[in-house]
Design a protein around this ligand. Structure first.
Ligand code: FE
Length: 214
């Protein structure tokens, strides 16, 4: 009999550690209710299927429908928690900042684009910072549980835009939540680690091959 390797990683900080930007009540419901709930539903759904015993990433890349949705939500939330830290925000490490300036004109251009993409996204989903097909950094909104992992792309940063992420603290003001996320919560060291790993995995540019912007 196969045993499931799935588990719920602990939150990387206490539930009140992001106060007052994200309240302890939000993290209690978001982590214990929503995140754990996706894992419980996933474990139920894969029983007796070929997905039982698979690693989470493998389930995400080979499933559809509710199995995909719950698997991706387990992964997305674990990633989202790590994208924040108490006392976060501010400026990224120099090397990453330069990459953001190249892609978005300036760090402020990145910040404005992140807000614009997050606010233009209709309904529930996430804003993702990731590598585009040409290697440039891009920002995109993806609805519901959709994740860059499905395309084999390791994301660098995300903000959960489901209302359960911000409604208790900001009601319907998604903009205020995203501003607080960018200015005071982003764990830039984590994003930097992801970016360095992503660069190391990139195939070397062939002579004569120019990377162009989107
Ligand atoms: Fe969420």
């Amino acid at each position: 009999m196969q045993t499931s390797k799935l588990h719920l990683p602990p939150l990387p900080y206490a539930k009140d550690a992001l106060e007052p930007l994200i309240g302890a009540e939000t993290l209690e419901y978001h982590y214990e209710g929503h995140h754990r709930g996706y894992l419980v539903k996933l474990e139920q759904a894969i029983k007796g299927t070929p997905h039982a015993g698979q690693a989470l990433e493998e389930i995400i890349s080979t499933s559809e429908g509710s199995i995909f949705n719950n698997a991706a939500q387990v992964w997305n939330h674990t990633f989202y928690w790590r994208c924040m830290r108490p006392g976060g925000g501010g400026m990224p490490p120099r090397e990453l900042c330069t990459a953001l300036e190249t892609a978005f004109g300036s760090f402020d251009g990145f910040r404005r684009r992140f807000l614009a993409v997050a606010l233009a996204g209709f309904g529930s989903g996430y804003v993702w910072l990731q590598r585009g097909r040409d290697g440039q950094l891009v920002l995109r909104f993806a609805a519901n549980a959709e994740t860059p992992l499905r395309e084999g792309i390791a994301p660098l940063l995300t903000a959960d835009l489901w209302e359960h992420a911000y409604y208790l603290d900001y009601r319907n003001e998604r903009e205020e939540y995203v501003e607080a996320f960018l200015d005071h919560l982003v764990n830039w060291e984590f994003v930097h680690e992801n970016w360095r790993r992503d660069m190391a995995d990139m195939p070397p540019t062939q002579p004569g091959e120019e990377l162009t912007g989107v």
